[in-house]
Design a protein around this ligand. Structure first.
Ligand code: ZN
Length: 382
């Protein structure tokens, strides 16, 4: 807070001085009041009395192009501190001022939309951003927040429209991925309703927008499974985890179930062994499969080395202990190993299964989009 105030202070004094300079001698008293109010307001902020500061700024009769910028920044500062009510009061007050020029009105309107968004008032935020977009079609600033709103309300068609709204000739890959996700969301909705022909339509659209999507492969595999085509579904799930091994934790139960059903346990284990050489997060699933297959494809020395040198997840360590317990050379340590395993299992019971790699938010079930930072494809097994 103090750092931001240090930034605001010179701006406030500059604004006051500039306003004062502009005025004629006749307006001298008014400009002095303006500067006085600024000093008073900033003093209240420095004394951690934001409500009193807010009153001073809001009740000040004159806002010109210079002071408006300070008001805007101050409102944004309140919002960034989580004080959305104060940000809204300040920005609403500023919006009602007739002295703002067109560009300033746009900036204040955008700030107001952000305030409503931060307050979770999605309807109002949507109205503000739409109004901004309608009044200035060439201004693309409202596109991203509108897209964020439609993601939260699950209005996927509108989210696609908002992603296109910047009217760029060539859509960047990041936006192509987003649009593909939106079609996948619609495909999942239709899958839940059992409308499989609609699922196919949306999968095709998702695929058209982003050809390398592992999520599209997962959806195609889900669809094949619904149509009782387990063999092809299995192959597609394998392709998906080869493309994005992060998905294995989310899909492992499903894949292992099909592998068992169609007699492909060995094939799956071999693929996981290959993947494990590049990505140690695959180990938990590989060991689970090895334990259920009673296979000895992972050498004990290999496992001991990885336990000693790699940053393995708890689930992998628990399963590694199970494998070691089966070895004769650890017979005498059986009891101690069981105790460690139990302690780790107790610890794991309280832990979330998945975590966002972008912001650290934890969750029990896999999600394609992090509910905290709104990023897609960033959730991994903890
Ligand atoms: Zn996140």
């Amino acid at each position: 807070m103090i750092e931001i105030l240090y930034l605001l202070l010179p701006l406030a004094f500059y604004s006051g001085w500039k306003a004062a300079k502009k005025n004629t001698i006749k307006q001298c008293i008014t400009s002095n009041k303006l500067a006085d109010d600024y000093v008073k307001g900033v003093n209240y902020l420095l004394s951690e009395k934001p409500d009193k500061a807010l009153e001073v700024f809001i009740n000040h009769p004159d806002v010109d192009e210079y002071t408006a910028e300070t008001y805007l920044l101050l409102g944004n500062m309140f919002r960034n501190r989580g004080e959305v009510d104060r940000a809204l009061r300040l920005h609403q007050n500023l919006m009602a001022r007739s002295s703002l020029n067109k560009d300033q009105k746009s900036l204040v309107m955008f700030a107001l939309g952000e305030d409503y968004l931060a307050a979770g008032m999605l309807d109002r935020a949507e109205s503000v951003f739409q109004e901004l977009q309608n009044s200035e079609p060439e201004n693309v600033n409202a596109c991203a927040p509108l897209r964020r709103i439609y993601e939260q309300t699950h209005e996927w068609e509108k989210a696609i429209e908002a992603t296109h709204c910047s009217k760029r000739k060539k859509i960047p890959v990041t936006d192509q991925k987003l649009i593909s996700h939106y079609y996948c969301e619609m495909a999942e909705q239709q899958m839940a309703l059992g409308k499989l022909h609609r699922v196919e339509e949306y999968i095709a659209k998702a695929n058209k927008n982003y050809k390398k999507s592992a999520r599209v492969m997962v959806l195609q595999a889900d669809l094949l499974q619904r149509k009782k085509n387990d063999e092809q579904a299995f192959q597609l799930y394998l392709q998906a985890i080869q493309q994005d091994s992060r998905l294995l934790a989310h899909l492992s139960t499903k894949i292992m179930k099909i592998a068992l059903k169609i007699g492909k346990n060995e094939e799956l284990e071999q693929l996981l062994l290959q993947l494990y050489r590049k990505d140690s997060s695959v180990l938990a699933c590989l060991l689970k499969l090895s334990l259920s297959n009673a296979s000895a494809n992972i050498s004990t020395d290999f496992l001991l080395n990885d336990l000693a040198t790699k940053n393995l997840d708890i689930d992998s360590i628990i399963k590694s202990i199970s494998i070691l317990q089966q070895q004769e050379r650890f017979c005498a340590e059986h009891e101690k190993l069981s105790l460690i395993q139990q302690a780790l299992e107790n610890y794991l019971q309280k832990k979330a299964s998945f975590q966002c790699q972008n912001c650290g938010y934890q969750m029990q079930d896999y999600l394609w989009r992090c509910p905290a930072c709104y990023q897609w494809d960033v959730v991994s097994h903890t």
